[in-house]
Design a protein around this ligand. Structure first.
Ligand SMILES: [Zn+2]
Length: 412
């Protein structure tokens, strides 16, 4: 299992901090100067991660150690080459599907889950195709799918749609691309995506009137020629290209609020920005922007049918973590049963004791009744004796005796 060694996040360090840090090896600082400002933090705040990261790749399962170069496109897996962005996208996908971010290589084969990728990297496309009924698509080669104009596709068929660094390159209007994405998803389906975005302001559309266009290479550099729908010719220079094949010209710069709005307008009522770190998988976000996003028609339900299917299909392939959880549940259940039994025993013992005491009280009561009747009988006897004595005292012979002077002492 991956471990974080000496990972620290320091916000707004004291002035002397920078100089202290300079002399140390294995310490790096990332300044956010000239970057979008983090909410609620002073402008000169810094986010600093120091130390090395040990992690297990959640795509290929390889153990990595001593990784220093963190960052969205960094923290590369030595085995498969995945970056933090790749791993966080996959972690979010698995989390959205199963409610827990397990390494995808530990998942069983589940061909009933249908997914589609928009120009996904082969890094995880292969692993996804092994696990799920998944198909990767491209803009410029087979199988082709242009999310701006997908053509005839089976509607509402997908459990998930992946789009990493795609929507900033899709030709306008980008709203239509998000609507098309929604149309491909089942009612419970999820769009998992990454795009670069800023925290403040609105989405900036670089070429809002793009219609009939081409990127051309002039002697002075790359330029974009466009004829608008109204027939006007436009020429743009200072283009921003992103690395990778296909259409990589940056057409817009999203803002977080702009993204939320365009998703909501398209019908994605549930949008979740996944800011969680998974250091055990080498996912330690260095920024609070451009994070992976999950979007759905409505909030996710607990996906019981899917989880049941997981158990039924491949118990052996069931990840240890979940099995451990099941064992723990069973243990708690047994403990509860044990304690309930103990409570019942105590209850039984108490009931017996109460019964004993009640009997004893009844017995006492009976004794008391006996003694009362005995006392009453005694009283009666005394009265009889007294009567008898009175009669003796009043007898004639008694009076004679008294005259002779040998009477006993008087009783009355
Ligand atoms: Zn890997």
């Amino acid at each position: 299992m991956g471990q974080v060694v000496n990972l620290r996040r320091i916000v707004n360090p004291p002035a002397a901090f920078g100089t202290q840090m300079q002399g140390r090896r294995k310490r790096r600082t990332w300044s956010i100067a000239n970057r979008p400002q983090i909410d609620n933090l002073p402008h000169n705040a810094r986010i600093v991660y120091g130390g090395e990261l040990d992690f297990t790749c959640n795509i290929c399962g390889a153990a990595n150690s001593g990784v220093e170069e963190l960052g969205r496109e960094g923290a590369l897996c030595a085995a498969c080459g995945s970056s933090m962005r790749h791993r966080s996208l996959v972690a979010v996908l698995v989390h959205e599907l199963f409610g827990v971010a397990l390494p995808i290589c530990q998942l069983p084969v589940l061909k009933s889950i249908r997914g589609l990728g928009l120009s996904d990297t082969e890094l995880y496309a292969r692993v996804l195709a092994d696990r799920f009924y998944y198909r990767n698509t491209y803009l410029h080669r087979e199988p082709v799918l242009d999310i701006a104009d997908p053509g005839p596709q089976e509607p509402h068929a997908l459990d998930f749609l992946l789009a990493s660094e795609v929507f900033e390159h899709v030709r306008p209007p980008v709203e239509r691309a998000f609507e098309n994405a929604l149309a491909l998803l089942r009612a419970e389906g999820v769009l998992v995506m990454t795009v670069p975005y800023e925290l403040q302001g609105e989405t900036k559309e670089h070429f809002p009137d793009l219609s009939d266009f081409a990127a051309v290479t002039l002697r002075s550099g790359a330029a974009l020629v466009n004829r608008t729908a109204a027939g006007e010719l436009q020429l743009f220079s200072d283009l921003v290209f992103h690395g990778g094949r296909g259409s990589t010209l940056e057409l817009r710069c999203f803002s977080e609020s702009g993204l939320r709005k365009v998703l909501a307008d398209a019908g994605f009522a549930y949008v979740r920005i996944h800011a969680e770190d998974y250091p055990e998988y080498g996912i330690v976000h260095q920024e609070s922007w451009s994070l992976p996003i999950a979007a759905r028609r409505r909030p996710p339900e607990s996906n019981r049918a899917l989880i049941r299917e997981l158990i039924e299909r491949n118990w052996d392939g069931w990840p240890k973590a979940l099995r451990h959880e099941q064992d723990e549940n069973r243990r708690l259940h047994d403990e509860l049963a044990e304690r309930t039994e103990w409570v019942r025993t105590v209850e039984r013992r108490l009931m017996t004791e109460i019964e004993d005491r009640t009997q004893w009280a009844h017995h006492l009561e009976a004794q008391l009744a006996d003694r009362t009747s005995w006392a009453q009988r005694l009283d009666q006897q005394v009265k009889t004796l007294e009567e008898h004595l009175r009669r003796i005292l009043s007898s004639r012979w008694h009076r004679v005796g008294r005259l002779l002077g040998f009477t006993p002492r008087r009783f009355d």
